[in-house]
Design a protein around this ligand. Structure first.
Ligand code: SAH
Ligand code: SF4
Ligand code: F3S
Length: 488
C-alpha cells in the first residue's frame, strides 16, 4: 500500500486549481486530483469501488514501471485486484523483445474485447515497449478500436494526465513520445513486496546490439542523479525494505551522462552506506565494460549479493562481432576467471541466443564450449527472434527453424545438467535466506531467496516473511533447495 496520508497532504493543494501547472511532477498531482473526482463519481454510481488490474510482460524495468502505475492508480482511487475479468480498468504493460511476447498481447486483447462487450464501461489501457513501435500503434488504431488509452515508455510519468484526457474526451487517447531526456521524480509508487524493491538507476540503452529492439523502444541512455537514488533507497529502508535491486539495461555504464560523472562502482559504494539496507543486487551487467573497480567493490562488500547476471549471448567471437557485443569469447572467459578469483562463491547466470543469422554448427559448438567452461548456475536461453528495424533483421543467412530448434534443445539440456550440479555445490552449507512467501503447495513451508538468487523451501510461518534467516541447505532439487532454519 502507498502512504495515503503523505500523498493526500501533498495532493490537497491541487484540488482547487483551475489550470494545470506546467512544472513536473506538480502537473501530475493536479491530474491525479482530477482523476480522483471521475473515479469517485463512477464508483458512487455503481455503489462499489472501481477495480484495476495491470498485466505485466517482460523484464524488471516493466515490473518497476507497473509499480509506478499502481501507485498512481491507487492514489486516483482504484483498488487493485487479481482477476482481469472483474476489473473496470485493465492495463497491459507490454514487452516486444521477442516476437512471441508480441503475439501474446494481441491474443489476450481479443479475449478482453469479449469481456468488454458485456461490461461496456470497462477501460483498456496499453503501455510499455510494444507501444513504441509505430506499426503496432497503427494496427491498434485500425483493428482494436475498443482500446481506450495507449501510451509509451518515455511518458509513463504522465499517466494521470493521459487518463484524465480519456475521462474528459470519452475517446481513444494515444500519447507516444519518440524519446526523452527527462526523468521525473517524486510520483507515487507501490511495491509488490514490502521487503524488497527494484530501484531504477538508469533508463534506456546506447549499446545497439544488432538483434535487440530495446534501444529503439526505451530510448537513449540516461542516468538518475545519485542523490535521488540514495534518497529513494533511504526511504525504502525506513519503510522496511531489506533488499534493493538496482535496475538498468547496462548498469556498468551508469553515470557517464551525468553532469558530474560517476561510475557504477562509486554509486554502489555510496548506496552500501545506507544504514539498515541488508542486501544489494543489480541487473544487468554488460561484459564489455565490467570494471576491475566493480569487482573490487563486490569483493569488499558485505551487502552486495554474490550473484552476477552476465549475459554472454554467444560463445563464438565471429557471431559476437556480428551481434555488436564488443567482446570476444576469450575476453569473456578471462573476465569470468577474474571475478571468480575475487569472489570464489559467486553465482554466475547468463542469457544466450541461438540461431543468430549465419550461426553455423561450429559457432554453436563455441557457445556450448563457453557453457561447459563457465558452468553457469543458470542460463536463460532464447531462440533468435527477428525484430523489425534492427540491423540483424536484414542480415543474410537467417538460420532455418528446424536447425535452430535442434541447437536450442541441445543447449538447454547442457545448461540444465550443469546448473543442477552447480546448484548442489552449496548443499549442507548454511546461508542466509530472505523469506518471501508461504509455499503455495505446502503451507507448512516458507520460501526464501538466498543471496545467490536460488530459492530454498524450509519449515516456517507467515510471520517470517521479510526476515533474513540463516538456513541449512539440506538437499538440492536441481534448481532449488530444501532446508531448515538454524539458530543465529
Ligand atoms: N540489457 C540486457 C538484456 C535485455 S533483453 C543485456 O544486455 O544483457 C534480455 C535478453 O533477451 C537479452 O540478454 C537477450 O539474450 C535476449 N534477446 C534480446 N533480443 C533478442 C532477440 N531479438 N531474439 C532473441 N533473444 C533476444
Ligand atoms: Fe539490448 Fe544490448 Fe542494450 Fe541489452 S545492451 S538492452 S541486449 S541493446
Ligand atoms: Fe521487454 Fe522492454 Fe524489458 S522490450 S525485455 S520489457 S525493456
Amino acid at each position: 500500500m502507498i502512504d495515503q496520508e503523505k500523498w493526500s497532504t501533498i495532493l490537497e493543494e491541487y484540488e482547487h486549481l483551475d489550470v494545470a501547472p506546467v512544472t513536473e511532477p506538480q502537473r501530475q498531482y493536479y491530474f491525479i486530483k482530477k482523476c480522483q473526482q471521475y473515479v469517485k463519481q463512477e464508483s458512487e454510481e455503481l455503489g462499489r469501488p472501481l477495480y484495476c488490474k495491470i498485466v505485466t510482460f517482460g523484464c524488471q524495468m516493466n515490473a518497476r514501471d507497473s509499480e509506478k502505475l499502481t501507485g498512481i492508480l491507487e492514489e486516483i482511487g482504484y483498488e487493485m485486484i487479481d482477476q482481469e475479468e472483474k476489473a473496470d480498468f485493465v492495463i497491459y504493460n507490454t514487452c516486444t523483445v521477442r516476437e512471441n511476447a508480441n503475439q501474446r498481447v494481441y491474443g489476450r486483447l481479443g479475449q478482453l474485447n469479449r469481456v468488454k462487450r458485456k461490461n461496456t464501461h470497462m477501460l483498456i489501457g496499453l503501455c510499455g515497449c510494444m507501444m513504441q513501435e509505430p506499426h503496432v500503434v497503427e494496427k491498434l488504431k485500425k483493428s482494436y478500436r475498443f482500446v481506450d488509452l495507449i501510451f509509451g515508455t518515455h511518458n509513463i510519468y504522465k499517466f494521470a494526465e493521459v487518463l484524465a484526457t480519456r475521462f474528459e474526451s470519452g475517446r481513444m487517447v494515444i500519447d507516444i513520445w519518440k524519446d526523452t531526456d527527462r526523468i521525473v521524480e517524486d510520483l507515487p509508487s507501490d511495491r509488490k513486496y514490502s521487503f524488497k524493491s527494484g530501484v531504477n538507476i538508469m533508463f534506456g540503452c546506447n549499446n545497439f546490439c544488432s538483434y535487440c529492439i530495446v534501444p529503439y523502444v526505451r530510448g537513449r541512455e540516461r542516468s538518475r542523479n545519485p542523490k535521488d537514488i540514495i534518497r529513494e533507497v533511504e526511504r525504502l529502508v525506513s519503510d522496511g525494505v531489506k533488499e534493493v535491486m538496482l535496475l538498468g539495461q547496462n548498469v556498468n555504464s551508469y553515470g557517464k551522462t551525468l553532469e558530474d560523472p560517476m561510475t557504477f562502482a562509486e554509486l554502489l559504494r555510496e548506496i552500501e552506506k545506507v544504514d539498515g539496507l541488508e542486501r544489494l543486487r543489480f541487473m544487468t551487467s554488460h561484459p564489455k565494460d565490467l570494471s576491475d573497480d566493480l569487482i573490487a567493490v563486490m569483493k569488499d562488500s558485505s551487502k552486495i549479493c554474490h550473484h552476477l547476471h552476465l549475459p554472454v549471448q554467444s560463445g563464438s567471437t565471429r557471431i559476437l562481432k556480428k551481434m555488436n557485443r564488443r567482446y570476444t569469447k576469450e575476453q569473456y572467459l578471462e573476465l569470468v576467471e577474474k571475478i571468480r578469483k575475487a569472489v570464489p562463491d559467486i553465482s554466475l547466470t547468463t542469457d544466450i541466443i541461438v540461431g543468430f543469422p549465419q550461426e553455423t554448427e561450429e559457432d554453436f559448438q563455441e557457445t556450448l564450449d563457453v557453457v561447459r567452461k563457465v558452468r553457469f548456475d543458470s542460463a536463460f536461453t532464447f531462440i533468435y527472434s527477428k525484430r523489425t528495424g534492427t540491423p540483424a533483421s536484414v542480415m543474410e543467412g537467417q538460420v532455418p527453424q528446424e536447425v535452430v530448434k535442434d541447437r536450442f534443445d541441445r543447449l538447454l539440456k547442457e545448461v540444465q545438467a550443469i546448473a543442477a550440479k552447480e546448484c548442489a555445490r552449496f548443499e549442507s552449507t548454511v546461508r542466509t535466506a530472505l523469506v518471501e512467501e508461504v509455499n503455495d503447495q505446502d503451507p507448512s513451508l516458507v520460501t526464501g531467496r538466498l543471496d545467490n538468487n536460488l530459492l530454498v523451501h524450509f519449515p516456517g510461518t507467515k510471520e517470517m516473511i521479510g526476515a533474513l534467516v540463516p538456513v541449512r541447505l539440506l538437499t538440492c532439487k536441481g534448481f532449488y533447495y530444501i532446508g531448515e532454519a538454524v539458530e543465529k
